[in-house]
Design a protein around this ligand. Structure first.
Ligand SMILES: CC(C)(COP(=O)(O)OP(=O)(O)OC[C@H]1O[C@@H](n2cnc3c(N)ncnc32)[C@H](O)[C@@H]1OP(=O)(O)O)[C@@H](O)C(=O)NCCC(=O)NCCS
Length: 162
């Protein structure tokens, strides 16, 4: 991975690049540009951009769960095809958790569809490196919540974080 790789908090000016990156990262659902702009502003403290030679090559959106603010919920993880396979997604997760101001985070949650092997490997690897456990339940069910239009989203809970 190039020396010029920088992991940093997103800013509003990244919103459209993030929007394009996510559109190029199936099976992620695209959101509106407005949503990505909110992620890059209100949720910047719990999100990260990976920039290489001026290009946004990775992005994670996250937020503190409103009723459990020391739980970091990871919304989406995107790494552009060129940058995959070098541990970048794992480094981005660590960058959010280890950032100044986030030292109180004690758990991570995310949802993953059952067949997304890369995503499971990412979160299992992160839990392993932190010496944490990963528990799986169903958060959004294919029939009960998506009315058959989307695979079930399994909730992965990782903790304790340190
Ligand atoms: C999932 C994704 C973010 C991984 O990014 P990455 O930077 O290549 O991931 P890493 O290099 O940190 O690898 C993380 C783990 O996944 C494994 N992995 C990566 N790609 C994989 C694949 N296609 N199939 C199975 N495992 C894979 C790696 O071996 C690694 O496991 P390890 O720690 O046990 O060695 C990236 O492939 C992507 O953006 N995919 C499309 C969008 C998506 O599915 N996002 C996740 C849903 S939120």
């Amino acid at each position: 991975m190039s020396d010029s790789l920088q992991l940093r908090k997103p800013r509003k000016e990244d919103g459209m690049a993030v929007h394009r990156l996510i559109a190029n990262c199936p099976p992620l659902d695209t959101n509106s540009a407005y949503c990505n702009l909110l992620q890059c502003s209100h949720f910047a403290d719990t999100s990260v951009v990976a920039e290489m030679e001026g290009e946004v090559v990775g992005f994670i959106s996250g937020y503190r769960v409103p009723e459990a603010p020391t739980t970091l919920f990871i919304w989406q993880v995107a790494v552009g095809e060129k940058a995959r396979g070098h541990g970048l997604a794992g480094r981005m997760l660590a960058a959010i958790c280890d950032r100044e101001g986030n030292g109180d985070l004690n758990a991570m949650q995310t949802t993953v569809t059952p067949d997304n092997e890369a995503s499971w490997a990412l979160f299992e690897g992160f839990a392993r490196r932190r010496g944490a456990t990963l528990e799986r339940t169903v958060m959004f069910d294919r029939e009960a919540h998506f009315q058959g239009s989307h695979d079930s989203e399994m909730l992965a809970t990782i903790g304790p974080l340190r």
